[in-house]
Design a protein around this ligand. Structure first.
Ligand SMILES: NC(=O)c1ccc[n+]([C@@H]2O[C@H](COP(=O)([O-])OP(=O)(O)OC[C@H]3O[C@@H](n4cnc5c(N)ncnc54)[C@H](OP(=O)(O)O)[C@@H]3O)[C@@H](O)[C@H]2O)c1
Length: 251
């Protein structure tokens, strides 16, 4: 990525378990990273200060607040003069058994859909003028962090699964609509061994590993590397879903 060494990547949810690993991989690949946060200001600043390379930033934005996303775009323009990559990683969920429709109240459904789906549209809308001007090989890039749940209908609750299916569908529509200036891809992880997942019931985790042909969960860094490959190497790919799931749907 030498010619694009100071390309700028904006990562929503950048201080989260997966977001931090994605920021790490993008910085290692030579990009300047904007770690965006909603509530995790300290973690985002600490991450930005310790990523490999110089001049990384931590900036606030809630993906459910379009005014804050517009302010983010303005700050990125002022500080960096460009944005080449947007990673829509901010997401939310809560465990609700799929048969427990009463447990999945309207407030939770709205929170999941407004964050995981509307949030990705809103962040893309805010950063689009900058992404369209990217001189990166292959053009600007939007990476939507979706999930294996989109394909299998298995996940923390049914609204979460639906939100990730919607996000993958958004990848298709946006890829068509924003070409040729901007490519849009989904990176779809299976269960990732983040600190949160490590804290869950061990027997349940073991069952997830046993149902995965490659016999383990994904490491966060493997998702980060998939994002880098999509940005740096898959320069003729758009509108595709890149699974990083150890073959779990085959299991
Ligand atoms: N972990 C897995 O196994 C797995 C598997 C497949 C897909 N994913 C997807 O990967 C993404 C990250 O998940 P994770 O495991 O890293 O979860 P996490 O550690 O809980 O991180 C979630 C992130 O989303 C941010 N966020 C939530 N609501 C937001 C909002 N309204 N505006 C801006 N940011 C918001 C949080 O920011 P603040 O902390 O600053 O509030 C946090 O950084 C999600 O989209 C998730 O669905 C995860």
């Amino acid at each position: 990525m030498t010619a694009d060494a100071r390309a700028v990547a904006v990562v929503t949810g950048g201080a989260g378990g997966l977001g931090a690993a994605i920021c790490q991989s993008l910085a290692q690949a030579g990009l300047r990273v904007v770690v965006t946060y909603r509530s995790s200001a300290d973690a985002a600043r600490a991450l930005a200060a310790t990523l490999p390379g110089d001049d990384h930033l931590a900036l606030p934005a809630s993906v459910t607040d379009s005014t804050s996303l517009q302010a983010l775009a303005t700050s990125v323009q002022a500080a960096c003069g460009r944005a080449d990559v947007l990673v829509n990683c901010a997401g939310t969920t809560r465990f609700v058994a799929h048969a427990d429709l009463d447990g999945l109240d309207d407030a939770l459904i709205d929170e999941i859909l407004s964050t995981n789906v509307r949030g990705a549209i809103a962040a893309t809308r805010a950063l689009l003028p900058l992404l369209r001007e990217s001189q990166l090989t292959g053009g600007g890039v939007v990476i939507n962090i979706s999930s294996i749940a989109a394909r299998t209908g298995m996940g923390s609750n049914i609204a979460y699964c639906a939100s990730k299916a919607a996000l993958d569908n958004l990848t298709l529509s946006l890829a068509r609509a924003l070409a040729p200036q901007v490519r849009v891809l989904s990176v779809a992880p299976g269960l990732v061994d983040t600190e949160f997942v490590k804290s869950l019931d061990v027997e349940w985790r073991d069952r997830q590993c046993a149902s995965t042909p490659l016999g383990r969960l994904a490491e966060p860094a493997e998702i980060g590397r998939a994002v880098v490959v999509a940005v740096r190497d898959l320069t003729f790919s758009t509108g595709c879903i890149l699974p990083v799931d150890g073959g779990r749907p085959l299991g």
